[in-house]
Design a protein around this ligand. Structure first.
Ligand code: URA
Length: 278
């Protein structure tokens, strides 16, 4: 983890303003790894350094990374005047003034997209995952408005693998996608991906609740892309002559969405999961 200035860190842990910390460093016994320190600009690593003030150990809030199973109808933003945001779903402990500044989203999902969404305080992790150079893969489960014929499935696989050209969307100009991988899932995979999702709403809206529409494997796809442009998945299928009617992110790199999370639920990543993203 990058080092943080001691005055900033102590201030965030509730020891007063930076001015107060300066005074504290003069008047109290502040020890860093057992050694008395006075310099407020000193950098410390909250993950490995030990700090105490007048003999009391200071518990440093470490980086937090959460995975959420994003629910449809929520905005991937901190605040929104109109709609519920994914931050609104977090418990108060994650919405303190300190974390408000630091906890941010690792990329976004559209309002109607569900599935794996990461929040983190770790800027380096975010950079690793979303910088255009990172090419970390993202895997999406897709339901399409109409079934693809076998021939279309073969054509789409080839066109996605070659890098399909997509049209403009809102103010975003068209572009040619990087090669992507698509496959057409078994009914078992479809059932697993649709469990704990709001696909029922889509089914009601498009097919008057006819659940048979969910039992047509040719209407579904699992797509892996290595970039993350605006509305990319939707634009790719539009370019292939179809329309995405339900979209759920299943994985980022090796990290899989926890199937136990109901829509809107979240949890901290385990150390093993963090390792997968490093
Ligand atoms: N691609 C999309 O079109 N929408 C998303 O939310 C994510 C990827």
């Amino acid at each position: 983890m990058p080092k943080e200035r001691i005055d900033k860190l102590l201030s965030h842990q509730g020891f007063g303003s930076r001015k107060d910390i300066k005074r504290l460093l003069r008047s109290a016994e502040v020890l860093l790894n057992g050694k008395r320190i006075y310099d407020p600009s000193l950098g410390i690593d909250p993950d490995s350094d030990e700090l105490s003030v007048d003999g009391e150990p200071v518990t440093i809030v470490k980086n937090i990374t959460l995975m959420m199973n994003k629910i449809a109808h929520t905005v991937s933003a901190n605040k929104d005047g109109e709609h519920q945001t994914v931050f609104d779903l977090l418990a108060p402990e994650y919405r303190t003034p300190y974390l408000q500044d630091k906890l941010h989203l690792v990329g976004r999902l559209d309002m109607d997209t569900e599935g794996l969404l990461l929040f983190t305080t770790d800027g380096a992790l975010t950079h690793r995952l979303i910088s255009p150079k990172s090419h970390i893969d993202k895997t999406y489960f897709v339901m399409l408005e109409r079934e693809f014929s076998e021939q279309e499935q073969a054509d789409v696989s080839r066109r996605f693998e070659e890098g399909i050209a997509v049209g403009p969307d809102d103010n975003d100009p068209g572009f040619t996608c990087e090669p992507a991988r698509v496959r057409f899932p078994s009914q078992e995979e479809i059932d697993a991906a649709l469990e704990k999702s709001s696909v029922g709403e889509v089914c009601d809206r498009l097919w008057e609740g006819d659940a048979e529409m969910l039992r047509r494997p040719a209407r579904f796809a699992i797509l892996t892309i290595y970039e993350g442009k605006y509305h990319q998945v939707k634009r790719m299928f539009t370019a292939a002559g179809n329309k995405v009617v339900f979209l759920k992110r299943l994985a980022m790199g090796q990290l899989l969405l926890d199937k136990k999370l109901a829509p809107g639920e979240y949890r901290k990543l385990s150390d093993e999961e963090l390792e997968l993203l490093s």
